[in-house]
Design a protein around this ligand. Structure first.
Ligand code: A2P
Length: 273
């Protein structure tokens, strides 16, 4: 079984989750296969438009709801006032469940200036039992500074794009200092060619693992929770099979040094405070 990482609110999260940015009609067997492969943490979002299929896959798998850690995220249209109440109700209806384990603000959308009021609604949703834990996604430290100053319940997770090419070292340190777990989307670098990197290939050969497994182990060593996407059952199994070896400090540094130093993706969804 996959080890769990402690969250600041007393709950815990399986250290590797399944990313599910896939169409609804394709997702049902993916979820069934992932649960069969051993995934107990599934990461979806309202924006992916696949929550019905995710819910169907979970039911088809036959697993108990309490054995599964389910994350969803709410988009801009559900920010501000108490719109997140209706947003989460809709997610729960689509998923066919009465709570999520983790609810995230999908993007800070600072131009709208609504993420703090959205957070107050998220806190209420915890009180109501509809979200066990709450967190954010794609927030910068500046956004978190503001949120932490106003929050009663602290965000347990910030899910950001992170891979050996985009290590966000300072941001991960900020999270650590504030008790926030870093989750990583596109941890395998998606289509960037990262998995063909010779440094990763050399380390992979040492352990008889694949470059993808080396990347996921690097996340684990750094206390990061990656949510790799895969539709392939063999690769799903592979992506959980990273708990029987450890990387040396030098190897961890060599992988972190793959950071291109390129400016983080400047996104209108995150610029501003
Ligand atoms: P596939 O679904 O065919 O396995 P990311 O999560 O960084 O966005 O990466 C997702 C991509 O990485 C998908 O195209 C997925 O393809 C591929 N992928 C997932 N796991 C592995 C793996 N263990 N080895 C190689 N490619 C993988």
């Amino acid at each position: 079984t996959v080890p769990r990482v402690q969250l600041s609110d007393g709950h815990s999260i399986p250290q590797i989750g399944l990313g599910t940015a896939l169409d609804d009609d394709a997702i049902v067997p993916v979820i069934v296969n992932a649960i069969e492969a051993g995934f107990r943490h599934i990461d979806t979002a309202y924006r992916y438009g696949n929550q019905r299929g995710v819910g169907q896959g979970i039911r088809d798998s036959g697993i108990g709801r309490d054995e599964l850690f389910l994350t969803t995220k709410l988009d801009g249209e559900f920010q501000g006032d108490s719109r997140a109440v209706a947003g989460l109700d809709e997610c729960l209806r689509q998923l066919g469940t009465d709570y999520v384990d983790l609810l995230l603000i999908h993007w800070p959308l600072p131009q709208r200036n609504e993420y703090v009021s959205t957070w107050r609604t998220f806190e209420q949703l915890v009180e109501d039992g509809k979200a066990r834990s709450i967190g954010v996604s794609n927030f910068t430290p500046a956004h978190l500074d503001r949120l932490l100053a106003e929050a009663t319940i602290l965000p347990v997770v910030n899910q950001i794009q992170l891979s050996p090419r985009i290590t966000r070292h300072d941001q991960v340190a900020y999270h650590r200092a504030h008790g926030i777990v870093t989750a990583a989307w596109s941890p395998l670098g998606s289509g960037s060619g990262l998995r063909d990197d010779p440094t990763l290939a050399a380390i992979a050969a040492t352990y008889g693992k694949t470059p993808a497994q080396i990347i996921l182990r690097w996340d684990v060593e750094l206390g990061i929770v990656p949510v790799p996407r895969s539709t392939n059952p063999a690769r799903m199994v592979q992506n959980l099979d990273v708990f029987d070896f450890t990387l040396t400090a030098d190897e961890i540094s060599a992988i972190s040094a793959l950071d291109t130093g390129a400016e983080e993706r400047v996104d209108s969804d995150t610029v501003g405070h």
